[in-house]
Design a protein around this ligand. Structure first.
Ligand SMILES: [Zn+2]
Length: 346
């Protein structure tokens, strides 16, 4: 892999970076996001940033905290960075463990500064609100100087995801082999292939536009932290660094035969038929057959009403389940995924 430029064009953004991201060694600090409001009229909102630079080699961008109530990724990145030794590193790791820092500090999916969802804000706007400025920073400043990117997510407070890596298909529908190689190296028990119709306003969409190999990952959720999943993410990031030629030290491969799944069929999204209480009847990671119950609905508005049982429309993997007991009509109860046959066994 050919390493891209070591420099970034900070003139394109209002966000200030006080760190030298090109100098050898390790350093950590904060970007400053300018946004003037009553809480911070003239200063900047800090966004944690860490860099480790070794011998010449690729630049890997690691992000977490795109959604502010997903904490497994931030823990994994903080743990990984501490153990990186620039003396044995080939290339550079740039890590933003709480990219949407205002949302992370508020433990909210969306930013409390403007109510926006960062993963629906790309390509962003350097003159826009705080969330648009962060998206623009990633797409226009950071990604052009990176050779690969990994964006760690989880289900947040609303849901729980079977651990999986998310490579995207290229816009022409072809499977990007570089993205799939990152997903295989990460070693989660499942691969969720994002279709060509994946939301272009996401960080995956930004990486596709910039031609940067990238995966996202889903790592549990519930608004908590599962140490087994943060450890899986750390091992996966080391394996990705090894696959990129950045380190010789990598854990053994995991889940080399992980199934590939997709969610293109809207029928695989099981949503609430009415406001009420949802009782899940399947767990994330379960395999369910056609007709198998996946959730049971009970009404408080009509307390005598018989529960409604929702069933899988076909054989599927339970990719995610809702974590809220009381949900409104239309909210998700269960996301199923169907198997993808991969030509050539990639
Ligand atoms: Zn997320």
């Amino acid at each position: 892999m050919t390493a891209r430029s070591m420099t970034f064009d900070w003139s394109q953004t209002r966000i200030h970076c006080p760190l030298d991201l090109a100098a050898p060694g390790k350093r950590a600090g904060h970007l400053l996001l300018p946004w003037s409001d009553n809480t911070n009229p003239l200063g900047g909102h800090p966004i944690p940033v860490m860099v480790a630079t070794g011998a010449p080699g690729p630049t890997l961008l690691l992000t977490a905290g795109v959604h502010g109530d997903e904490f497994e990724g931030p823990v994994a990145i903080l743990d990984l960075w501490r153990d990186i030794d620039p003396a044995t590193l080939r290339g550079r790791v740039i890590a933003l463990p709480a990219l949407n820092a205002p949302a992370v500090r508020a433990s909210c999916r969306t930013s409390p500064l403007d109510g926006a969802n960062l993963n629906r804000a790309f390509p962003g706007d350097p003159d826009g609100g705080p969330t648009a400025q962060i998206a623009h920073l990633v797409e226009a400043v950071l990604l052009p100087g990176c050779d690969a990117a990994v964006d760690l997510h989880s289900g947040g407070k609303a849901s729980w995801f079977h651990p999986c890596a998310l490579p995207a298909r290229a816009p022409d529908g072809a499977i990007d082999t570089a993205n799939m190689a990152l997903a295989r190296a990460f070693g989660a028990p499942a691969i969720w292939l994002l279709g060509s119709g994946n939301d272009a306003r996401s960080l995956n969409g930004a990486a596709t536009r910039r031609g940067v190999p990238m995966i996202a990952a889903e790592l549990g959720g519930g608004g908590a932290i599962d140490p087994a999943l943060t450890a899986l993410a750390v091992r996966g990031l080391w394996r990705i660094m090894a696959a990129l030629g950045m380190t010789d030290a990598a854990p053994a491969p995991e889940n080399p035969d992980a199934g590939v799944w997709e969610t293109a069929d809207p029928a695989l999204r099981i949503t609430a038929p009415f406001d009420g209480l949802v009782e899940p009847l399947a767990r994330a990671g379960d395999r369910v057959g056609a007709g198998q119950p996946v959730a049971r609905w009970l009404s408080l508005a009509e307390p005598g009403r018989a529960p409604v049982t929702l069933r899988a429309p076909r054989d599927a993997l339970v990719l995610a389940t809702g974590q809220r007991g009381l949900v409104a009509q239309g909210e998700i109860a269960c996301q199923l995924a169907s198997a993808v046959e991969m030509p050539g066994g990639v």
